[in-house]
Unconditional design. Structure first.
Length: 302
């Protein structure tokens, strides 16, 4: 059985109000659901456009933006949950910066929301130089995978996709699909994440989906320039395209990129592929391990 997914090439718009944001998100959900998508993936930091509605004194200041957007998280997640329920889809909401009440530090948080309203959270683990040096965003500590009715899913946020052990921990915990929300300023950054996503698909013989922000938002000091294209990748082997590219979008054009993937293809290539990267991982000299926690996001979960 195939799964149709939709990866957003999402523009950061100068939205004027919460109502404008709500209308934009509804339109994106509807256009994906109309084409049969059951899993929607929005990018890293796509929620930064919400700072615009608070006025220039907020959207022009990184720390005030964090505080304002973090204060809207519950409202943002409720909107996504309502739309997920209406359209019967799973969705990765665009990540947002949020201060941890335990230590006051800001962290970058993606959320996987199900049609039944369950929410799973993955914090970005490894910070880029901009996040560390200019924005004062801190890394999370825990790797999660999410047990859903679509299968077991991991989320590696942007730079995290460039580190093999993170994705490996997800796959050792059962993930066959890794989602990569991304936000990159230029072509170098976009291609680094894209190469990372394709490498993770090769190493783990799984599906990997990249969803980027696109276009310019010169009013924002955080996400002023955005370059990228969505992509859906697999290993270049049995049952997959010869280059491993299942679908990809046109660079910097706001759009959904759709792909029909067959989850059973992962099990088959891991058993019968010309090479068995997933099984042979342990044969690397000096290999080290990280562990991921499985979060159940099914009806009646817990």
């Amino acid at each position: 059985m195939t799964l149709r997914l939709a990866a957003a090439q999402y523009p950061i718009d100068a939205i004027a109000s919460w109502e404008a944001f709500e209308g934009k998100l509804r339109a994106w959900f509807e256009s994906a659901a109309e084409r049969g998508a059951r899993l929607l993936v929005f990018p890293e930091y796509g929620s930064m456009e919400l700072a615009r509605i608070a006025g220039e004194e907020v959207w022009s200041d990184l720390q005030r933006s964090i505080d304002f957007i973090g204060s809207l998280r519950a409202r943002v997640d409720t909107l996504h949950a309502d739309l997920a329920r209406k359209h019967q889809v799973h969705v990765v909401a665009a990540s947002l910066p949020e201060r941890d009440p335990k230590d006051g530090r800001a962290r970058n948080v993606a959320r996987l929301i199900t049609p039944s309203g369950d929410v799973g959270e993955q914090r970005k683990l490894v910070m880029t130089r901009f996040e560390r040096d200019e924005w004062d965003i801190h890394g999370g500590h825990d790797i999660h995978v999410f047990d859903t009715t679509l299968g077991i899913v991991g989320i590696a946020i942007c730079y995290d996709a460039e580190f093999p052990l993170i994705a490996r921990a997800m796959c050792e915990a059962g993930a066959e699909l890794i989602l990569v929300p991304s936000c990159t300023e230029g072509a170098f950054g976009y291609h680094r994440v894209r190469v990372g996503a394709r490498a993770r698909a090769l190493e783990n013989q799984c599906h990997v989906v990249q969803s980027p922000t696109v276009g310019n938002a010169l009013w924002s000091p955080a996400v002023d320039r955005n370059h990228g294209a969505a992509g859906v990748f697999g290993p270049p082997d049995l049952g997959f395209p010869v280059d491993g590219v299942i679908a990809e979008g046109s660079v910097n054009e706001p759009q959904w990129v759709f792909a029909d993937i067959n989850p059973a293809a992962v099990g088959r290539v891991r058993r019968e592929g010309a090479v068995l990267n997933h099984a042979h991982w342990q044969e690397q000299p000096g290999i080290s391990h990280l562990a991921a926690r499985v979060i159940r996001l099914r009806p009646g979960g817990g």
